[in-house]
Design a binder for this molecule. Structure first.
Ligand SMILES: *Cc1c(COP(=O)(O)O)cnc(C)c1O
Length: 421
């Protein structure tokens, strides 16, 4: 079976742990940069191509700065993400604001930063006009409903809360044109964690067809098509990554067939990938605290679901390497748990691993996206540090771990001491 390797040796890890106690997330900068370059290369045939990194995957300014250096902008959907982007110097048309159920203040901030606003709903046209004004350039998020199948995580488009219906796209563009908009973009997001490369070409094809209909039926000239996110990653060792070269080439072929003969060239291709940009390049490093032998065998870690919620939240598979035992036979079966008082606080269920001992270091793979980012404080758990493995192998702490003082920071103990219930 295919193997999943970690980019550091047991000795390196033991050295890191002298300074940074477990648990922590660590990101491999070099591998992240190489992947970013592969993505850009796959779409280099399109002059206007831009990837807007979906900040929610890994909202850390150090990571955003690295990705910005590789030419990526940011895809934001909240005030905090807009502010992070601004701090990173990622502003203006390098921000895509793809939000939903949006508060007025966020539209105001997005406009102030010059972000491209990608509206989620037809009713937001009037809302945006009232609070922030209609920009010259505006994009709409399309929900194809019955016209397209979704996938497991996002579900059926018809049941998804996002986007405009097909009729609303036409009506909406006419309305914003009347209100002064002059430049138009199209967006859709119909799959998450999808590994089928063809899926992304089909999405481009659907948006290209819609752009052609908009031009022919109501004279709206679309200048950018945003394929959004959704490229999956091989969480399981036997899975294969999406073939970026295939996706790039297939979209290029569709561009030549559909966009060129319909006078829609030059059209910019945008993406908002998150998971595939950082996911495979992050690792949660943890230590075995306890072993427990009841009806099943348990391995208890010093990390818990508060550090990585995906397995508990949707039964997601994350590969586990027991450091120093990479080549030992996986002849024991364990549930690998954290310490939350929730029985779904398990990183793995019935997982075949080498014999685990107390004190072993355990590395959980593919935590670079929606790992630390989904952290929470339930049960009084503190979020871990985030470390960066630099290309020269130096370690940089890019977020310190939380302290008890952070945890109690929102409580006013002076008021509490005066409180006589
Ligand atoms: C989450 C999200 C993305 C990124 O999706 P990935 O599956 O991480 O690539 C892109 N666009 C929007 C609007 C999102 O909400």
């Amino acid at each position: 079976m295919a193997q999943k390797r970690i980019p550091f040796s047991a000795e390196q890890l033991n050295e890191i742990i002298k300074t940074y106690p477990t648990p922590f997330h660590i990101y491999d900068e070099q591998a992240m940069r190489e992947n970013a370059r592969r993505l850009k290369k796959a779409f280099s045939w399109n002059e206007g191509f831009k990837e807007y990194f979906a900040v929610k995957a890994t909202p850390n300014p150090f990571i955003m700065k690295i990705l910005h250096q590789e030419g990526f902008g940011s895809d934001c959907s909240s005030m905090a993400e807009l502010l992070l982007s601004e701090k990173c110097g990622i502003i203006g048309d390098e921000i895509m604001f793809s939000s939903n159920d949006t508060p007025a203040a966020e539209f105001v901030k997005a406009r102030e930063l010059g972000a491209t606003i990608n509206l989620d709903d037809i009713s937001h046209i009037d809302f945006l006009e009232k609070h922030a004004g209609i920009p010259e350039l505006i994009s709409f998020r399309y929900n194809p409903g019955k016209l397209r199948e979704g996938n497991f995580i996002i579900g059926n488009p018809e049941e998804s809360k996002y986007g405009f219906t097909r009729d609303q796209i036409f009506e909406g563009f006419k309305a914003v044109r009347e209100k002064g908009a002059r430049r138009f973009g199209l967006h859709t997001f119909v799959a998450s964690n999808e590994l089928n490369s063809q899926f992304f070409a089909d999405t481009a094809s659907m948006l290209f067809d819609l752009a052609i209909d908009l031009k022919n039926e109501i004279g709206i000239q679309i200048e950018s098509v945003n394929l959004s996110g959704g490229i999956g990653i091989p969480y399981r060792p036997e899975e294969k990554p999406v073939d970026l070269e295939y996706v790039g080439k297939s979209v290029q072929k569709l561009y030549e067939e559909k966009i060129m003969p319909n006078q829609l060239h030059p059209l910019k291709i945008f993406s908002e990938y998150g998971r595939m940009v950082t996911g495979p390049y992050g690792y949660l490093v943890s230590r075995v605290l306890h072993k427990k032998d009841i009806y099943r065998q348990y391995v208890g870690l010093d990390a818990c679901m508060a550090n990585l919620m995906r397995p508990g939240l949707y039964g997601a598979y994350h590969h586990i390497t027991v450091v120093g035992k990479e080549d030992a036979p996986a002849d024991h079966v364990y549930d690998v748990t954290g310490s939350l008082c929730e029985n779904n606080d398990k990183f793995a269920v019935n997982r075949s691993l080498p014999k685990v001992d107390i004190g072993d270091l355990v590395v959980i793979h593919d935590t670079g996206a929606h790992g630390h980012a989904m952290g929470f404080n339930y049960n009084g758990k503190l979020r871990s540090a985030e470390l960066l493995l630099r290309p020269n192998r130096d370690i940089l702490e890019i977020r310190r771990k939380e302290t008890m003082a952070d945890y109690f920071a929102t409580l006013d103990f002076e008021r509490f001491n005066r409180f006589q219930p």
